[in-house]
Design a protein around this ligand. Structure first.
Ligand SMILES: Nc1nc2c(c(=O)[nH]1)N[C@H]1C(S)=C(S)[C@@H](COP(=O)(O)O)O[C@H]1N2
Ligand SMILES: [Mo]
Length: 503
C-alpha cells in the first residue's frame, strides 16, 4: 500500500469509528437519533417536494433505509477523501473534518425541538475522528529500522480501531435499546386514580421573573450518583420490605397501585444547595403512603430507621418516625400527574416532606430494610454527611438577579422561602443593611412546600445590596452566620448585589 492509500484507509476507519461513538452517545443519552439519521432527515427536509415524491414512488417503503444507507455511503466516500487529504496536509484534513462535523451539527441542531445536549454525539464523533486519524497517521510511515514497510503495524491498528468502534456501537445499541424500551413502557403506563393539578391560585405572587411555584419536570434539579440511569419497567419492578418486621413483603408495581393512593404538593431539596442555590423543586406527587405499608408489615420494637436501597446500589437511611407520623411520606409513582421521568426514579421513588433528598428521596427504590441507625451506614453518611438530614429554614431572592441594572424608584422584588413540614411564617428584606421590612407571602395551603414572597422597596441610584431572611412557624429566625453545606445543609442570608440607574 502506498502512503496516500493508507491515509485514505485511515480516513475511512477513523470516520466510521467516529460515527460509531456518536451513535453510541446518542443512544445512551436517548437523544432522538444519531447524527447520520439527522443528516438523512435534513436531506428529506431540503429535498424539493416533487423529487421526494418521485423517490417515494420509486422506492416505496424502502425510501428511508435507502436514504440512510446512501448517506452512510456518501459519508464514507468523504471519509476516504478527507483521510487522503491527510497525506498532503494534516491541517487541511483537520479543516475538512471540522467542516463535516459542522454539517452534522447543523443537521442535528436545525431539527425542531433540538436541545444543546443534542450536539454532544457530534462532538464525541469529531474527537474520535481526530484521535483515530492521528493514531493511524503515525503508523502510515514505516518505523525506522523495521524490516517490512510497516504494513502489518498499520493494518493491526486499523483493525483494532475498527473492532473497538463496532464494540462501542453494539454496546450503545444494547444500553440504548433498554432505555428506549423503558421510555416506551413509561409512555404507555396508565395510572388509574392519579390526578394532575394546577397550582392553587393563592400560591402565586405577582413578580416577573420569580421561580414558578410548580416546577416543570424538565426544570427539576437532578442529583444522583449513577452513570447510566437504571432502566426498570413497571412490570419488572419489585420492592422488598424486610428487616425488623413481623411479615416480610414483596410488592410488584400493580400490588402497589392496588393500595390506597395519596397525593400532595411537596418541595424537595438537596442538602448540597448553597445559600441562594438552585437545587430545589416543587411538584404534585402521587403514590402510596409509607406509614400504611409499614403498618401492614408490622414494625418491631427497637427499630428507628429504614435503610433504603436503589436499583443502582445507592443507599440512604431514613428515620422511621418521619415515615410513620402523619406526614405524606410516600412511595411516589407520579410527578405532576405523570409517571416519574426515568432520571427522577421511574418507576418508583421515595418522597418524604421535611427531609433532604440524601436521607430520604431514594430513586429507583427496590429495597426497604427496617433497622436501627446503630447497625448501618449509608452512601452519604460514609462520606462525611450527617446521619440526620431535616430541611433547614431558608430563603432566596429571585428578583432582581445578581448584577442587574434597574431603574430608580419603586422596585418590585421577590423570591421563595421554605421550611418543609414546619412552614414559613414570615419573610423580611433589608436594603443595604438597613431595617428589615416584612414582605408579602403567598399561601400554598400546606407547610410541605416552598412559598413565594414579594416586596416593594424604594431604591435610589447607586450600587445596592438586598438581603432576605425568613422566620418559620416555630418562631425561629434565619441567622446571618454562613454555614457550609457539609455536613447537614447551608445556613445564612441570601444577598443580591445590583445597580440602580440614574433616572
Ligand atoms: N438512587 C439514588 N437516589 C437518590 C440519589 C442518588 O444518588 N441515587 N440522590 C439523592 C439526593 S442527594 C437528592 S437531593 C435527590 C434528588 O432527586 P431528583 O434528582 O429527582 O431531584 O435524590 C436522592 N435520591
Ligand atoms: Mo441531595
Amino acid at each position: 500500500m502506498t502512503g496516500s492509500r493508507r491515509w485514505a484507509v485511515a480516513g475511512l476507519v477513523s470516520g466510521l469509528a467516529g460515527l460509531a461513538t456518536s451513535y453510541a452517545v446518542a443512544l445512551l443519552l436517548t437523544i432522538r437519533e444519531s447524527p447520520v439519521v439527522a443528516v438523512a432527515e435534513l436531506v428529506v427536509r431540503m429535498t424539493p417536494g416533487f423529487v421526494a415524491e418521485r423517490a417515494i414512488r420509486l422506492l416505496g417503503h424502502a425510501d428511508k433505509p435507502v436514504l440512510v444507507v446512501t448517506v452512510i455511503l456518501l459519508t464514507s466516500l468523504m471519509f476516504v477523501i478527507v483521510g487522503w487529504l491527510g497525506s498532503r496536509s494534516w491541517r487541511w484534513s483537520l479543516l475538512a473534518w471540522l467542516a463535516l462535523a459542522g454539517f452534522g451539527l447543523f443537521a442535528v441542531l436545525s431539527h425542531s425541538g433540538a436541545r444543546a445536549t443534542d450536539a454532544l454525539p457530534v462532538i464525541v464523533g469529531f474527537v474520535t475522528w481526530v484521535v483515530c486519524l492521528d493514531l493511524l497517521g503515525r503508523r502510515v510511515k514505516p518505523a525506522p529500522g523495521a524490516d517490512d514497510d510497516g504494513r502489518r503495524r498499520f493494518l493491526t491498528t486499523a483493525a483494532t480501531i475498527g473492532a473497538g468502534a463496532a464494540g462501542v456501537a453494539v454496546l450503545g445499541r444494547f444500553v440504548g435499546a433498554g432505555k428506549r424500551r423503558v421510555e416506551e413502557s413509561r409512555r404507555l403506563l396508565r395510572l388509574p386514580g392519579i390526578t394532575r393539578r394546577e397550582p392553587p391560585v393563592k400560591t402565586r405572587i405577582g413578580v416577573d421573573g420569580i421561580t414558578p411555584w410548580r416546577t416543570r419536570p424538565e426544570d427539576f434539579y437532578l442529583i444522583d450518583t449513577t452513570i447510566a440511569v437504571p432502566t426498570i419497567t413497571a412490570s419488572d419492578w419489585r420492592l422488598r420490605i424486610h428487616g425488623l418486621v413481623d411479615r416480610e413483603l414483596t410488592l410488584s408495581f400493580s400490588d402497589l397501585l392496588d393500595r390506597e393512593l395519596t397525593e400532595a404538593w411537596i418541595t424537595l431539596n438537596c442538602v448540597s444547595n448553597p445559600v441562594g442555590g438552585p437545587l430545589i423543586g416543587n411538584a404534585w406527587w402521587s403514590g402510596v403512603r409509607l406509614a400504611a405499608l409499614l403498618e401492614e408489615v408490622g414494625v418491631q420494637a427497637g427499630a428507628d430507621a429504614v435503610l433504603q436501597t436503589s436499583d443502582d446500589g445507592w443507599t440512604c437511611g431514613t428515620p422511621l418516625s418521619a415515615l410513620t407520623d402523619d406526614r405524606d411520606a410516600m412511595l411516589a409513582v407520579a410527578m405532576n400527574g405523570r409517571p416519574l421521568p426515568l432520571e427522577h426514579g421511574f418507576p418508583v421513588r421515595t418522597i418524604v416532606p421535611g427531609l433532604y433528598g440524601y436521607v430520604s428521596a431514594c430513586k429507583w427504590v427496590v429495597d426497604l430494610e427496617v433497622t436501627k441507625f446503630s447497625d448501618f451506614s449509608a452512601y452519604w453518611t460514609d462520606r462525611g454527611w450527617s446521619e440526620q438530614g431535616p430541611v433547614k429554614l431558608s430563603s432566596r431572592i429571585d428578583v432582581p438577579r445578581s448584577g442587574a441594572d434597574v431603574p430608580a424608584g419603586d422596585l418590585r422584588v421577590g423570591g421563595i422561602a421554605w421550611a418543609q413540614h414546619t412552614g414559613v411564617e414570615k419573610v423580611e428584606v433589608a436594603l443595604d443593611g438597613g431595617a428589615w421590612t416584612t414582605a408579602e407571602i403567598a399561601d400554598p395551603g400546606t407547610d410541605d412546600t416552598w412559598v413565594q414572597w414579594a416586596a416593594t422597596v424604594s431604591v435610589t441610584p447607586g450600587d445596592r445590596i438586598l438581603r432576605v431572611r425568613a422566620t418559620d412557624k416555630t418562631g425561629f429566625v434565619q441567622s446571618s452566620a454562613l454555614v457550609d453545606v457539609v455536613p447537614n445543609g447551608s445556613e445564612g442570608w441570601h444577598g443580591v448585589d445590583f445597580t440602580v440607574q440614574d433616572a
